[in-house]
Design a binder for this molecule. Structure first.
Ligand code: NAD
Length: 414
């Protein structure tokens, strides 16, 4: 049997949280599918003289709480199902963090690594020309897998060339020089660190000497590993798509990050043993952090997890069946919609800075991030505690759904 799609898993969480939290059935009905899906095709004449058409999407999931907002994913196997799932995650994430924004997501099905720099730029600019975003009060695209500061700079420039006016608040995840926020790149990893520290602390585990395994050593996983390392924790295993490295006394994270930057991988690092991704998930550690891709902990391997706590840095890394098995075994899971919301939160600050023509210092960004993300974690925990049968994930979704439900009632939608 085919495993459920990532959007089916998101719908299952929505419906279970809705049932447990007594959410109005009309609100749940609205949230079963996105408000609007814009699917389009980008024709492109490539530099080598060939011609390709790239499928693209922008999903507007729900905007009861504010303008649509969030990332643009570019990868060769991108599906609409995945973009819809990310759209509902963003709706919940913004509501959890008390951000007055709705949830959206977009993307292009393309292999950026196979395109020349000129073709990459042409593709990203074509995306904005075809999408024609309407600015900061309607829909604010940002970055995701396959897009970074350079792609967001091209998108901003294309948008401003079309509209004829400067409006940095129309696009998120820009570099600082074009109106981006300080602390933006580290924000998700830092947010995961803050939530992990709080959740571990509540379970009697301090960071000094705490052991952790991190799957995925990209922007999020490597930043988190660095912050854990700096706080005195022992990060004993990390991995990337090719496999991982293990060292019982703790890995030298700054040196590993340097190797990843210079060689593009972490394998064969001196003084470490190799570890594959399955073994990493089963490592005997205090905290396990999946920070790579979705669906990595499932019915088939949740029984092998030996960590005392799982913190979801990736979006959707634990399937519904995996979640149930972990709950049965008494292993708490801090859900993605809380743990990795640091990036969305600093995007909110980025838009605010753009609208007010101001630039916050790093201390203000980090202080505001910490306050918001810890409040979201506490609200999810308290909601779970007062709702019979609810996990921390349900607590987060119920807390968010109540806000979206109220906004839809006040607007007269339901
Ligand atoms: P990234 O591309 O920088 O890094 C991803 C890492 O995962 C790389 O080390 C890659 O080698 C590894 N990886 C890929 N496939 C793998 C596999 N099958 N098994 C093991 N490792 C694998 O991405 P990122 O920005 O660090 O994002 C990681 C996750 O966090 C994604 O799920 C993303 O949706 C989520 N997330 C990211 C942000 C952000 O701000 N970057 C925000 C919220 C959520």
């Amino acid at each position: 049997m085919q495993p459920p799609s990532v959007f089916a898993v998101a719908q299952a969480t929505l419906n279970e949280a809705g049932r447990l939290g007594g959410i109005d059935e009309r609100a749940l009905e609205v949230l079963q599918e996105p408000k609007r899906i814009n699917s389009f095709r980008l024709p492109l004449k490539l530099e080598d003289g060939s011609f390709r058409v790239f499928p693209a999407h922008r999903v507007h999931y729900n905007d009861a709480l504010g303008p649509f907002r969030d990332g643009t994913r570019i990868r060769p196997d991108l599906t609409l199902d995945e973009v819809k799932a990310l759209g509902i995650f963003m709706t919940i994430k913004h509501a959890c963090a008390d951000i007055p924004a709705g949830g959206a997501k977009g993307g292009i099905q393309a292999d950026m690594a196979a395109l020349s720099p000129r073709d990459r730029e042409a593709l990203v600019r074509a995306y904005i020309r075809h999408l024609q975003p309407k600015g900061p009060w309607v829909d604010v695209p940002g970055a995701d897998i396959g897009t970074g500061e350079q792609e967001m700079s091209w998108m901003l420039d294309e948008y401003e060339q079309i509209t004829g006016e400067h409006c940095p608040a129309a696009l998120n995840d820009k570099p600082f020089a074009l109106g981006g926020s300080l602390g933006g790149e580290a924000a998700t990893g830092r947010g995961v660190f803050l939530v992990l520290r709080a959740a571990a602390g509540e379970r009697g585990m301090g960071l000094e000497g705490l052991t952790a395994a991190v799957q995925g050593f990209g922007q999020v996983g490597s930043e988190l590993a660095q912050q854990l390392h700096d706080a005195g924790a022992r990060v004993v295993a990390v991995s990337d798509v090719h496999g991982g490295v293990f060292r019982g006394d703790g890995l030298d994270i700054p040196a590993l990050r340097q190797q990843a930057r210079t060689h593009g991988t972490i394998g064969n690092f001196p003084g470490t043993e190799p570890i594959d991704n399955d073994s990493l998930l089963a490592a005997e550690v205090d905290v396990l952090v999946p920070a790579a891709v979705h669906d990595v902990i499932h019915e088939g391997n949740a029984g092998t997890v030996r960590a005392k706590l799982v913190v979801e840095a990736a979006n959707g890394p634990v399937t519904t069946a995996g979640d149930a098995l972990l709950a049965e075994r008494g292993i708490p899971v801090v859900p993605d919609v809380i743990a990795n919301s640091g990036g969305a939160t600093v995007c909110h600050f980025e838009r605010s800075q753009g609208l007010s023509d101001e630039s916050w210092d790093l201390e203000r960004v980090n202080r505001s991030l910490e306050r918001r993300i810890l409040a979201a974690h506490a609200a999810a925990r308290d909601t779970a505690a007062e709702t019979p049968g609810a996990s921390l994930r349900h607590g987060a979704w119920i807390h968010a759904l109540r806000k979206v439900e109220r906004a839809m009632q006040l607007r007269g939608w339901i």
